[in-house]
Design a protein around this ligand. Structure first.
Ligand code: GUN
Length: 300
């Protein structure tokens, strides 16, 4: 079977067009310009490339966007002071500190320092807690992007057997929580989470109607591990080499070539979940700007 390709690139473009119009309206009707600050510590090449893409997208959508580049050896105190500055800056509605951070800085302290009402990453415990009990909040961008892809690709989620591979705080845990909730249009699934302690991974992956893979290792799911007709969301972005021109060669956590032969639908890497993550960050920032302006919104 030839799988349908769920293109994050195309769905992202659709949503970005919607957001661009919304930003224009917010400016014209309400004098509100969504503001996003991205804070990068050090020069990790993957982080530089993600932050650059986030800034470029924010700029394209007409945001007020600010980029802060801090040296690798910046003190924790200075980083926390910078966050405090943006917590108090009314032109900023979203604060993103790119992770991972150097070892001498506590990620927990940094995440806790961000005002939960500007936490467009959805990593602050206030937002995590609200998400778990189904209250309006900032939903982490990758899980939000996965939900949006399933919705726009018309995948039947209610009642489905969903298997999530990976239990990270950024992807595995939140996506499992969201998909099990009684929420529309995407939710109400029976969710199983597999991880490094799972005794029989094959047993679970083989019976998945929807398989979401965020294992952080290249090509761990192969065609023999899935059933015919599965819908596969591949969250992995693994750098497995460099082209002669110096561009990174990427692959997912799923072995695309063998799995696509059995899947009903599958996301590619690159061009799948990656662009959606950035788009949902933009959406969270627009929703935050509306919240701060006292307008109807989805986050507060
Ligand atoms: N590093 C990898 N993914 C993310 C993300 O979604 N947000 C932040 N802040 N850092 C990341």
């Amino acid at each position: 079977m030839g799988a349908k390709i769920i293109s994050g690139k195309e769905i992202s473009q659709e949503i970005r067009n919607e957001l661009k119009k919304e930003v224009q309206e917010l400016k014209e009707k309400h004098g509100v310009t969504p503001g996003l600050v991205t804070i990068l510590v050090g020069e990790n090449p993957a982080s530089v490339s993600y932050v650059t893409a986030k800034q470029r997208t924010a700029h394209d959508l007409g945001f007020h966007s600010v980029q802060e580049n801090l040296p690798e050896d910046v003190s924790e105190e200075n980083l926390l002071n910078l966050i405090k500055k943006y917590n108090e800056d009314p032109s900023i509605h979203g604060i993103l500190v790119q992770l991972p951070l150097p070892k001498h800085i506590s990620e927990q302290k940094v995440i806790y320092a961000i005002d939960p009402r500007k936490d467009v990453d959805g990593f602050h415990p206030v937002n995590v807690g609200k998400m778990v009990i189904g209250e309006p909040c900032f939903i982490p961008c990758t899980p939000a992007g996965i939900l949006e892809m399933l919705a726009r690709a018309d995948v039947e989620v209610s009642g489905a057997e969903v298997v999530v591979v990976g239990r990270s705080n950024i992807v595995g845990k939140p996506v499992a929580i969201l998909l099990m909730q009684k929420r529309k249009p995407v939710g109400n699934a029976t969710v199983t989470v597999c991880h490094t302690g799972t005794r029989d991974m094959l047993f679970h992956t083989k019976r998945a109607d929807i398989l979401i893979v965020a294992a952080g290792r290249p090509k761990v799911i192969t065609g023999d591990m899935v059933k015919e007709g599965v819908v596969v969301i591949d969250v992995g972005v693994n750098r497995i080499g460099t082209t002669p021109e110096g561009k990174a060669i990427l692959c997912g956590d799923v072995d695309f070539d063998s799995v696509k032969e059995k899947a009903a639908a599958i996301t590619p890497v690159p061009g799948g979940v990656g662009p959606m993550t950035i788009t949902m960050l933009m959406k969270n920032t627009v929703e935050s700007a509306k919240m701060w302006a006292g307008l109807p919104n989805e986050v507060g």
